[in-house]
Ligand binder design. Structure first.
Ligand code: BGC
Length: 285
């Protein structure tokens, strides 16, 4: 598959320092988990001891490979097909998860896509598709997960929270992005949705937070890093001087989902090598 041949620069990084008991007994759903950031996040959660549902909309074979990798850690995993922008499919996915896994403790609302175009050439279909998947998809998944969190409440042996929602946002929730007005608007929406949900649900002991990745080496932005020229341009925007790996996001998700971060509510964790630090001002201004 497309993402398979992507060389990871965190190869040999300390994966095995993820404590295998950190999320033991917790049930996680990761949307869009058959590739890229979703895949690495699902694997990291499994490594940390969670049982994981690997959601996908296309690419079932890849999803099955992710399931296989996760079950290798001695936890449960299953691949569920569902389009996150379709209300019925999301409801059915959550029902199935509760039936087969018993409940849900962690939602990583990750599924997302880009349909780029200069503004005057952007079709309504391109605008709508991105909003439907990136924003409405997170709304639907968060709503259905929250219903189950509220039904079940806190189980102290499992976690201090009744549930954890991690919204996958982007540095483009705050960095405007010419030629990507649909994508940037969807992520700006994710930020406000996340903060509003965090405020509304905190009294119910549900923690809602976001991760805002910068440039992570995945199929979504291949053209930004797969030639030396593109890579050089990209690295100019990243003070830490490397493109991120999907695992960088997976590790962040494990931390945010765990009780180590029980007091983190309504936060956006930027995992971007400093992309949001206005690197142009290091020498200008
Ligand atoms: C986008 C990537 C982009 C990165 C940094 C992400 O949200 O999906 O295409 O490389 O932001 O600009």
């Amino acid at each position: 598959m497309e993402g398979q041949d992507i060389v990871s620069s965190t190869e040999g990084a300390p994966r095995d320092v993820i404590p295998a008991h950190l999320l033991r007994g917790q049930k996680a759903l990761v949307t869009g988990a058959n590739s890229g950031i979703g895949r690495a996040t699902a694997v990291a959660l499994g490594r940390a001891g969670a049982d994981v549902v690997v959601n996908y909309v296309a690419g079932g074979d890849e999803a099955e490979k992710v399931v296989e990798e996760i079950t290798g850690f001695g936890v449960r995993a299953a691949a569920y097909e569902a389009d996150v922008s379709d209300e019925q499919q999301v409801v059915a996915m959550m029902d199935r998860m509760v039936q087969e896994f018993g409940t849900i403790d962690i939602l990583v609302a990750n599924a997302g896509l880009q349909r780029d175009a200069p503004f005057t050439e952007m079709t309504l279909a391109q605008w709508q598709k991105v909003l439907d998947v990136n924003l409405t998809g997170q709304f639907l998944c968060a709503r259905e997960a929250t219903k189950e969190f509220l039904r079940r409440g806190v189980v102290p042996e499992v976690s201090r929270a009744a549930g954890k929602i991690i919204c996958m946002s982007s540095v483009h929730q705050i960095i405007p992005w010419a030629g990507h007005v649909n994508y940037a608007s969807s992520k700006g929406g994710v930020q406000m949705m996340m903060e509003t949900l965090a405020q509304e649900l905190a009294p119910k002991k549900i923690r809602v937070n976001a991760i805002a990745p910068g440039a992570i080496r995945t199929p979504i932005n291949r053209s930004a890093w797969d030639t030396p020229e593109a890579l050089e341009d990209l690295l100019r925007l990243i003070p830490y001087d490397r493109v991120g790996d999907p695992e960088d996001i997976g590790y962040a998700a494990v931390g945010l989902a765990s009780d180590l971060m029980d007091y983190v509510v309504g936060a956006t964790l930027y995992v971007d090598g400093g992309m949001t630090l206005f690197p142009g001002f290091a020498t200008g201004g």
